[in-house]
Design a protein around this ligand. Structure first.
Ligand code: SF4
Length: 338
């Protein structure tokens, strides 16, 4: 049984639309029918442009936002069916690291207290001495000297605050850690340090990780499997090596070509530049949601949404033409709007 199984998950957020004499409600399809599974100890990367639903998906898995339909099965148990009390008990197994470390820490709490707080809540059996020792060990594990435990978050840099937030998430030895863009608010050199730290902690703890990022090289370094999202849907999911070496969806190819292009500075290599903006999730295009930006779109694409097909073991793609595009060399064409 997988550790986490997400089945046809939908999060449609109501948005009030004021009119002159009355208002109406439209629905923003932040997550629109997503299914995937995650095994214990696995690291799944989630990539896609801003607004594609990555963060909402993370919050829905963690039950920090309501879902419209679908299932979030945690060791076979559907989390949305649990009472608040039952869910609170589960929280020691599922932890989250947020994008903004300073916003996720209480400015009036010393970092030692912040890291030890989950133990106070979930491990009332521990005495104060054992708690203090666990906090000091956790601080060392994330690269913070234990003698800084009595300082406050404002006395730390952004990178150090993120280390505190990671220590707080890891101290209960969770089975799943969801990292929602944990490095995007940090400067470039600190980003690499935090990604290295997360990778080391994942390896040492054996916990499953979900790692959301715009930084494809970081995702490649960190993750064993990668899921590509577009407009609330999964368009491709595969193992890391398969996705980078054999991308089949035109959107994945465009994302990867940007990375390859930047790494090939000084060499002639065409980059796939996607035309136009991501359409509004309140009014997604008909058929394949990517058809308004896809250089291969046909009448079929405009009418019928492709299913997520398993094209080889563990490699799923949602594109009518994945097979025809397979022979094409990726990263050699420039897209134009249809
Ligand atoms: Fe492009 Fe059509 Fe494939 Fe969608 S189904 S990605 S529009 S070729």
């Amino acid at each position: 049984m997988p550790l986490l199984e997400v089945e046809n998950l939908r999060v449609h957020l109501p948005v009030r639309q004021p009119h002159l004499f009355r208002s109406s409600t439209a629905y923003l399809r932040a997550v629109d029918g997503i299914s995937f599974r995650l095994d214990a100890g696995e690291t799944l990367g989630i990539v896609g442009e801003s607004g594609c639903g990555k963060s909402t998906l993370c919050r829905a898995i963690m039950q920090l936002t309501g879902i419209s339909s679908g299932k979030v099965l945690w060791s076979g148990e559907n989390l949305p069916d649990l009472s608040q009390q039952e869910m609170d008990r589960k929280r020691s197994e599922l932890q989250m690291v947020f994008q903004d470390p300073t916003a996720s820490l209480n400015p009036r709490m010393t970092i030692g207290s912040a890291i030890g707080e989950p133990l106070t809540v979930f491990r009332p059996d521990m005495d104060q001495g054992s708690r203090l020792q666990a906090v000091q060990e956790m601080m060392q594990a994330v690269g913070l000297p234990p003698e800084l435990a009595n300082r406050y978050p404002h006395q730390f840099s952004g990178g150090q605050c993120q280390r505190v937030a990671i220590a707080r998430a890891m101290i209960l030895k969770p089975k799943l850690v969801v990292c929602d863009e944990p490095v995007s608010a940090l400067d470039v050199s600190t980003q690499a340090q935090i990604v290295n730290l997360l990778k080391k902690l994942q390896k040492n703890s054996g916990a499953a990780f979900i790692f959301v990022s715009h930084d494809l090289p970081a995702v490649r370094y960190m993750c064993t499997r990668i899921m590509v999202m577009y407009l609330g849907k999964v368009v491709e999911i595969a193992t890391r090596d398969e996705l980078f070496e054999n991308p089949r969806h035109p959107y994945t190819r465009a994302l990867l070509s940007a990375v390859r292009h930047s790494r090939q500075a000084g060499r002639e290599e065409a980059r796939i530049v996607l035309a136009g903006e991501v359409p509004s999730p309140m009014d997604p295009p008909s058929g394949c949601a990517f058809h308004t930006r896809c250089p291969h779109a046909s009448q079929w694409c405009r009418k019928e949404a492709p299913l997520l097909d398993e094209i080889s073991v563990g490699h799923q793609v949602a594109c009518h033409y994945w097979n025809d595009l397979a022979a094409e060399e990726p990263a050699v064409r420039t897209a134009s709007p249809v």
